[in-house]
Design a protein around this ligand. Structure first.
Ligand code: GLY
Ligand code: MN
Ligand code: MN
Length: 428
């Protein structure tokens, strides 16, 4: 792994918190993700399973966690299974965890080989009536491909039809939604790397530069700093910025245009999610600055509004009201048009068509809590935007915040955002 070691206390505390939510006789299982195919004999790099990482710190394929708080054998209360290396793997893939390494990373004392999972699981199954099985229950997940968790769940249902089955995901989501101090520290590290990238990019953007050259500059900074892209970066000049999921990054940045960059680093599986919009020639036009300041105003006020207990719905609807006011000032529509709006269809949707923010952590669109309310130590993005294809530009500004009892803390306060500061750095 590229990142510095993380204290295993984080993972053992997470396991302890999860076990407190389960009945004592329950047996919970979490699997690693599959290594997915590309074409021919190719594969994508493994994307670690966030739940498994949260509970173990393990990022290796074919790993399995079993939590069995009431196991008659105390050595079986926590079991980690990892893939056993062999001569072939040593030659072709190199390092795989030894049992001792897996113990050290996770803090789990009982580590077996994954190849023995089925036999051991059969013995454990005789000591419990309830399996807690994991599944991707993200509210927006739409995935045609079966995960390893799902595949094993099917097998367990077939092989043990008389055991009771419960869902693990709601408990994991509730825990993961509120970040522990070590997690906030890791998110901040991802933000620091992202900040370095942004400062570098500010000094290289000029008319004629290609969007992919800008992407390369971000990549260089991230990789150099033990990180990778948290998601496919959006580097969108001119009206490309109005395509919300623009990923081509293949156009020339031209004089007078704005460049919207939605780019974040992933460090130790924790993510940053930044958006900044900058003038390609180093100077905003009057109109661009007007719209920029409108978005900035909504961003600032929405950050302030993100207080413990506030519902996300209310938060977003406050932002819609502010946006509508700003858009009126920008003469994007008339008071008459506003009269037609409803709570479900606010007028500002015409130019601000996505959500105001989302939970952030081990996943970029991280798990949410059932009540959809800000809670102590939840971490969120705030990302208002105004998209004006007819005027040839779109502006989004995105910061990441931590919700605390003393109010929201902007974790991106070091990332330049004032238009004058951006102009100064670009021209220095
Ligand atoms: N970069 C993904 C998002 O802003 O939600
Ligand atoms: Mn983003
Ligand atoms: Mn975002």
């Amino acid at each position: 792994m590229r990142h510095s070691p993380i204290t295993s206390r984080l993972f053992s505390q997470n396991r302890e918190n999860l076990c407190k939510k389960l009945p004592i006789q329950a047996l919970a299982i979490v699997h690693a993700n599959d290594i997915l195919p590309t074409n021919a004999d190719g594969t994508f790099p493994l994307h670690p399973n966030s739940d498994l990482f949260y509970l173990t710190g393990i990022e290796q394929e074919e790993s399995i966690l079993v939590l069995f708080p009431g196991a008659p054998d105390p050595n079986h209360r926590e079991i980690l299974f990892v893939k056993k290396s062999n001569e072939h793997l040593k030659v072709w893939e190199g390092y795989k965890h030894t049992q001792a390494d897996a113990q050290k990373i996770s803090g789990i004392q009982t580590v077996y080989w994954s190849e023995d999972f089925e036999d051991i699981f059969q013995l454990l199954s005789q000591e419990t009536d309830i399996f807690y099985l994991n599944n991707n229950e993200h509210s927006r997940a739409s995935n045609e491909v079966e995960t390893r968790d799902e595949r094993w769940s099917k097998k367990i249902r077939k092989d043990y039809p008389l055991h009771e089955i419960e869902r693990l995901a709601p408990h994991l989501h509730a825990l993961r939604f509120c970040k522990r101090p070590e997690e906030v520290k890791l998110i901040k590290q991802a933000i620091d790397v992202t900040t370095c990238g942004f400062r570098k990019v500010l000094r290289m953007v000029k008319p004629g530069v290609m969007e992919y050259e800008v992407e390369a500059e971000w990549a260089r900074e991230f990789i150099k700093r033990r990180s990778k892209f948290a998601y496919s970066p959006i580097v969108a000049s001119g009206k490309n910025a109005c395509v919300l999921h623009y990923l081509q990054n293949d156009q020339t940045c031209r004089k007078g245009q704005l460049l919207l960059m939605d780019v974040g680093a992933c460090y130790a599986n924790y993510n940053a999610d930044l958006t900044r919009t900058i003038p390609v020639s180093g100077k905003f036009t009057r109109r661009q600055k007007q719209v920029y300041n409108a978005v900035l105003q909504v961003l600032r006020q929405s950050i302030e509004n993100a207080t413990i207990g506030k519902s996300l719905k209310e938060w977003q609807s406050d932002a819609h009201a502010m946006m509508t006011e700003e858009m009126l000032r920008l003469k994007l529509f008339t008071k008459e048009e506003i009269k037609k709006e409803s709570t479900d269809q606010p007028a500002c949707r015409k130019y601000f068509m996505h959500g105001l923010g989302h939970s952030l952590g081990l996943d970029v669109h991280d798990v949410s809590n059932e009540q959809s309310k800000f809670l102590d130590n939840s971490v969120f993005t705030v990302e208002p935007g105004i998209y004006l294809p007819d005027e040839g530009f779109g502006i989004r500004l995105e910061d990441n915040i931590q919700i605390t009892p003393n109010g929201p803390v902007n974790l991106m306060s070091e990332v330049p955002i004032e238009p004058e500061e951006i102009e100064d750095i670009m021209n220095s």
